[in-house]
Design a protein around this ligand. Structure first.
Ligand SMILES: [Zn+2]
Ligand SMILES: [Zn+2]
Length: 279
């Protein structure tokens, strides 16, 4: 299984010399398996570059899942080139009740003037919307979901294929119980034994003191979950918009100290834009 991170920034896209190594595009993750299957999680601004690749590859279909519909997770969708490709089939998946109807919210309500000049009705692709929660088999992947601890809720994913498992829990506040969220123990069970856990690591412990309830975790909380669930690798994700490259390096160093101090068998890294991880 190959995982490509097209964006790792949280909240809002950023640019500038201080962000070049970890990147400024917001959440978009592509996952490929050994059988040519491909799924996409989230349509942050990172999906724009992925769209160019799909166009070059003359792909005729994409399966797109959303963690939730906050701006930073949908903002790139109108610039996803395959949307304007005749006959392209877009399979959209949303979680019922927790997020409302993603299809209606994203395409009918936002994808129209005055938010965007091209109205949804002018799109000529084939959109298939499907609600799901629990588990699903798509393109040789097995997907399981869990409710996130986040304002307006959302869902996390456990994705298995070819005997490997990847868990994405972004926009997940482990230190605060948002309505509808799972418990810490449930997140531990959900992530247990994964080859890679990518978790929201937006805040330092000091920053979190004044940001409790905002819907994001500290990197120390992410380590606690990774350790309890005995995952092999932890990827820090949803980097704060004000965190420059050096700031992310400091966080990784701090994590290495914590992991060594506790004697954990855990590899920890900060996800960067354009990174490919092979499991
Ligand atoms: Zn976000
Ligand atoms: Zn969010």
């Amino acid at each position: 299984m190959e995982i490509v991170f097209w964006g790792a920034r949280g909240s809002v896209p950023v640019s500038g010399p201080e962000y070049v190594r970890f990147g400024g595009e917001t959440a978009c993750v592509e996952i490929r398996n050994d059988h040519g299957g491909r799924i996409i999680l989230d349509a942050g601004t990172g999906i724009r570059r992925l769209g160019s690749v799909l166009r070059r590859e003359q792909a005729v279909q994409a399966d797109l899942f959303f963690t939730h519909t906050h701006w930073d997770h949908i903002l790139g969708l109108p610039f996803f080139q395959p949307l304007f490709q005749p006959g392209f089939r877009l399979n959209l998946y949303g979680r019922p009740r927790l997020q409302g109807d993603i299809y209606k919210l994203v395409f009918r309500d936002l994808f129209r003037p005055p938010h965007f000049p091209v109205p949804y009705s002018r799109l000529i692709l084939d959109i298939n919307y499907q609600e799901f929660q629990g588990s699903l088999e798509v393109q040789g992947f097995n997907l399981e979901t869990i409710a996130l601890s986040h304002p307006n809720l959302g869902q996390g994913f456990r994705i298995s294929s070819d005997g490997r498992t990847f868990v994405l829990l972004t926009d997940n506040e482990l230190g605060y119980f948002h309505r509808g969220a799972a418990s810490f123990e449930e997140y531990v069970r959900f992530a247990r034994g994964a080859d890679l856990l990518v978790h929201d690591s937006e805040f330092t412990p000091a920053e979190y003191m004044s940001k409790t309830g905002w819907g994001h975790s500290t990197y120390m909380q992410a380590i606690e979950l990774a350790a309890a669930s005995r995952v092999k690798r932890l990827g820090l994700f949803h980097h704060n918009q004000d965190r420059n490259d050096d700031g992310i390096d400091h966080i990784v160093q701090d994590c290495a100290g914590e992991i060594a101090g506790k004697g954990l068998a855990l590899e920890c890294f900060a996800v960067f834009q354009g990174q490919t991880v092979t499991l």
